[in-house]
Write a protein that binds this ligand. Structure first.
Ligand code: ATR
Length: 272
């Protein structure tokens, strides 16, 4: 049996084993996917051991994304751009390929699952940390008319805009300086973790704006609730993105693309 795992610390809450086990059953792939708690100082030795004993691929979560970057031998172009990886694959020659499937997961959830077109649209991306960096290339590949990165610390947004300027019309802004309205607003800040809202002026919203929170939780996220309270009609949380980034990793490993809609529906149902 081919072995896969999600590695992190802590790891108890991870939904990845459930998601990948469902994908495997659905596509009749003979594999075992587990969650592995790795001690903070033992990433390399844990992975060496895993890949030596039947391990074919891993997903990497907090706090090991940097470790995974350093562990890999080769990178997909989008992982290279993101400078962050969430998926490793052992290739036929034994070398380790790194990918970042978060951005394509976000784009697929928006465009395929929710029918939200990004092409020609005005997009606002909140935050300028690792999560945002990871999704910029796939978002810009959709060719939005304009993509603005707003961040509390402007310099970080400016750096990102500069790094991705060759891929499309991308600019940086402070929250207070935002003007006009947006078709799609994506919250990639970690503000919700501390129960905070990014300081976004409500003037950027219209009833037709789609608000997407890359976080998800059992209740409506604080950002999505704020959006609803200000008249937005369509809000989406990050559960679909989670399943879609997993599907992309599964496809990289197994060369078969699992169906995601029923898996998303099951996870949604369990949260109630
Ligand atoms: P992640 O890996 O989740 O992206 P990160 O790299 O630490 O984590 O980035 C966190 C992002 O959330 C940053 O853009 C941060 O803004 P700063 O760059 O100004 O620090 C943003 N963020 C965190 N808490 C926030 C808050 N309460 N309000 C607004 N933005 C916040």
């Amino acid at each position: 049996t081919d072995l896969y795992a999600v590695v992190g610390n802590p790891i108890g809450h991870s939904k990845s084993p459930q998601i990948h086990t469902a994908f495997a059953a659905q596509t009749r792939q003979d594999l075992l996917y587990t969650a592995q708690l790795v001690p903070l100082d033992s990433f390399d030795s844990a992975l060496n051991k895993f890949f030596k004993h039947g391990g074919c691929g891993v997903n990497v979560t907090v706090p090991f994304k940097e470790n995974a970057w350093r562990y890999a031998d080769e990178f997909t172009p989008r992982a290279q751009r993101a400078q962050a990886v969430n998926t490793l694959k052992k290739m036929a020659d034994g070398r380790i390929l790194a990918d970042n499937t978060d951005g394509v997961g976000l784009v697929r959830d928006l465009t395929v699952n929710h029918g939200v077109a990004l092409n020609g649209k005005r997009i606002l991306l909140l935050g300028a940390g690792g999560a945002v960096r990871g999704v910029l290339q796939p978002l810009l590949e959709q060719q939005p008319a304009e993509l603005i990165i707003a961040n509390r610390t402007l310099s970080k947004a400016e750096m990102l805009a500069k790094d991705f300027a060759d891929l499309g019309n991308v600019k940086a802004s402070e929250f207070a300086a935002l003007d006009g309205t947006f078709d799609v607003i994506i919250n990639g800040t970690s503000a919700s973790l501390s129960g905070d809202l990014p300081p976004l002026p409500a003037s950027v919203l219209t009833a037709g704006t789609v608000c997407y929170d890359m976080m998800y939780s059992a209740q409506t996220t604080i950002f999505n609730q704020w959006s609803l309270d200000n008249g937005v009609q369509k809000v989406i949380d990050g559960l679909g993105m989670l399943v879609e980034q997993a599907a992309e990793a599964f496809a990289l490993w197994r060369d078969v693309r699992p169906e995601t809609k029923t898996v998303i529906a099951v996870l949604r149902g369990e949260r109630r």
